[in-house]
Design a protein around this ligand. Structure first.
Ligand code: ZN
Length: 113
């Protein structure tokens, strides 16, 4: 399961950050998981539950932000919302675009006690 390896890497990062500030537990963790990232939140939550026991994230409150897909057309330079990575520009129908948002998969904020 892809989501499990993601949770493991989040956990690894959280541990590293915690050791830097010499604290022992994390109060909350804010994740940014774009709607186009391909991550299934249910699977992620499940992986989370089985992975964080007896770790620094055990009692951490998990907050998930889901930025929507936004792309910028490289032909007409307009910005538009996309539901899939294969959506064309609605203005000029070009498929040449740059995805600006929606593919995020990162830890946005960690709060320590
Ligand atoms: Zn366009």
């Amino acid at each position: 399961m892809h989501e499990l390896s993601i949770v493991m890497s989040i956990l690894e990062t959280a541990k590293n950050e915690l050791s830097k500030v010499k604290e022992s537990s994390i109060e909350s963790i804010e994740l940014e998981i774009g709607l186009l990232s391909g991550i299934e939140i249910d699977a992620l939550n499940f992986a989370w539950k089985i992975s964080v026991e007896n770790t620094v994230l055990q009692n951490a409150k998990k907050i998930i932000c889901r930025p929507e897909g936004i792309a910028k057309c490289t032909i007409c330079n307009k910005k538009f919302k996309i539901d899939s990575l294969f959506d064309p520009c609605p203005f000029c129908y070009s498929f040449n675009k740059k995805v600006i948002s929606g593919k995020e998969l990162k830890i946005k904020r960690l709060t320590v006690l």
